[in-house]
Design a protein around this ligand. Structure first.
Ligand code: ADP
Length: 292
């Protein structure tokens, strides 16, 4: 009898000890993950500063003596600029994904005419589409639709979908951006007639680093962060995203946002401001992956 009790006590002690060890390991792991996020955040900021300085210096050089540069030098300056934007895109994406994952994403909703904004974003991309002889259309059956959105996030979402649509379309195809008003929702559809996405990869592409072809040669062209960030932004704005696709026929990405205005607007920057500098810069950054 006493041996049985001793065994029970020993067993209980062993279970308690194991629980304690598991709890300690869990805490350690949480700390490591927290440190990793902080490290990423700090390092990304430090990466960004010199990149912005390089971009400003190149712009200044172009303004001051752009015309005097020999053709060969212009080509090299162009390469430096394009790759700096590319690096900035990666750093921005890494920083944002860390922010979202640590719950530090700030959604700054304002009441905005989504028709006007979408049209402006589509127009900012026309030159990139034209270089591939792609006919980029914007279709919307209504002229105004005011909803509460974070314009900066919306711009990143649409630019990302559009850069993918161009990147994964052969020359001379069409891309259609459509706005549709549905009961309590607004749909933004980006339809291409490109290479398409295999059925078994449709979920993976919205995951961090998820690519259809993740071979090293393909990775050089992109990091697979774009769509995971797009999904996180859409969800953070109270919406959802889905994709319909057929191999070699094309893909349609559908972003669905709530058709509602906000009473407490984040800040009152005019949307027109966006059309001046930020959109031009964001388009260059977002399209830096595409070389023609
Ligand atoms: P990446 O930077 O690699 O383009 P994304 O997260 O934006 O990363 O996209 C993930 C993957 O989804 C891409 O690598 C590509 O395989 C696939 N993909 C995204 N958009 C399209 C599209 N419009 N047509 C075909 N494949 C696409």
């Amino acid at each position: 009898m006493s041996t049985e009790i001793t065994e029970q006590v020993l067993y209980r002690k062993k279970v308690e000890e194991q629980s304690r060890i598991i709890e300690e390991q869990k805490k350690h792991l949480e700390k490591v993950l927290e440190d990793k996020d902080e490290f990423f955040s700090v390092i990304s900021h430090d990466f960004k500063t010199p990149l912005n300085v390089i971009i400003t210096a190149i712009q200044a050089m172009n303004n001051i003596c752009g015309n005097e540069l020999p053709e060969k030098a212009k080509k090299y300056v162009g390469m430096i600029k394009m790759n700096t934007f590319r690096q900035l895109r990666l750093v921005n994406n890494l920083l944002d994904i860390t922010r979202v994952d640590t719950g530090n994403i700030k959604i700054n909703k304002k009441n905005i005419n989504i028709v006007f904004l979408t049209k402006a974003i589509v127009e900012s991309v026309q030159t990139y589409a034209a270089q591939k002889n792609i006919d980029l259309m914007f279709i919307c059956p209504f002229e105004n639709k005011i909803i509460g959105i974070d314009d900066e996030k919306y711009e990143r979402i649409l630019l990302n979908l559009l850069s993918n649509a161009i990147k994964f379309s052969p020359e001379s195809r069409s891309i259609v951006v459509k706005l549709i008003s549905k009961k309590n929702k607004v749909n933004i559809e980006v339809k291409d007639y490109g290479i398409g996405i295999p059925e078994d990869k449709k979920a993976i592409i919205f995951e961090k680093f998820g690519q259809v072809d993740s071979s090293l040669s393909r990775r050089a062209e992109g990091s697979g962060i774009g769509l995971s960030l797009v999904k996180r932004f859409v969800v953070a704005m109270g919406g959802c995203i889905s994709v319909k696709s057929k191999m070699r026929k094309g893909s349609t990405f559908i972003v669905q946002l709530p058709d509602e205005t906000v009473t407490d607007e984040g800040n009152d920057n005019e949307v027109a401001d966006l059309l001046d500098n930020r959109l031009i810069q964001s388009t260059k950054v977002e399209f830096s992956d595409i070389y023609f």
